[in-house]
Design a protein around this ligand. Structure first.
Ligand code: SIN
Ligand code: MN
Length: 219
């Protein structure tokens, strides 16, 4: 994958179609399946308003707490188990996607989302990382597996217009620099649109983040 194959959707927001070849998608899925079969596997978060999220999550590196919108070492809003470590080989994929479009990223968190046919995620900003990361525009990188998602990218206020991007299996999306705090979400999943050979029903996304810059208080 080279930067010339990336599509810049907004300054600092890049779609990298086909970033992961089929063999790499299979390896990532095997890794996710192995993590999911351990005790701290996927669960469906309940958010602070009381509703359930429309996807299941598995947090690696640090746990994202859906009640407090903060990161912590254990799944305090669910079962108090520690968040499993982020495998280095997954982190390297995200680093590569970021560097393909000119960003540095040393990921130490990955939120794995599993979406069924009715899965979705409302418009939100990723802003729970340390201020050092947010201010520097260190990107969030997503990798998609399975069914295509209608991903929507908005502005810096919830009501601003959005553009839709179809994220297919193997695509990467990088949201950094001036786009780091853009609203975004998953409007819908296109059922049975993923590659038959992958053997995944629904969609899995892996969103990688760096909690803090080295040397900052949060680091
Ligand atoms: C997210 O914004 O947290 C998830 C995005 C995705 O599933 O592609
Ligand atoms: Mn997000």
């Amino acid at each position: 994958m080279t930067a010339s194959q990336a599509v810049e959707i907004a300054p600092g927001a890049f779609h990298l179609p086909g970033f992961l070849p089929a063999s790499a998608q299979r390896r990532v899925l095997e890794t996710v399946d192995a993590l999911a079969s351990r005790p701290a596997g996927f669960y469906r978060p309940r958010v602070r308003g009381g509703g359930m999220m429309h996807c299941e999550m598995l947090c690696l590196g640090r746990h994202w707490n859906a009640m407090t919108y903060t990161y912590g070492p254990v799944r305090a809003d669910y079962d108090d188990r520690p968040a499993p470590p982020l495998p280095a080989r997954l982190a390297r994929l995200a680093e590569r996607a970021a560097s393909a479009v000119g960003f540095g990223l040393a990921p130490d968190i990955c939120l794995v989302n599993r979406y069924g046919r009715e899965g979705r995620m409302g418009l939100h900003q990723d802003k729970d990382e340390d201020a050092s990361t947010l201010e520097a525009g260190v990107p969030v990188v997503s990798l998609s597996l399975g069914d295509t998602a209608r991903f929507v990218l908005g502005g810096f206020r919830r009501r601003e217009p959005t553009v839709a991007v179809a994220l297919g299996s193997g695509d990467a999306f990088v949201m950094g620099g001036p786009s780091r705090l853009r609203y975004h979400g998953v409007a819908r999943i296109l059922a049975a649109s993923g590659p038959a050979g992958l053997g995944l029903e629904g969609r899995i996304s892996l969103t990688f983040r760096q909690f803090a810059l080295a040397g900052s208080r949060g680091g």
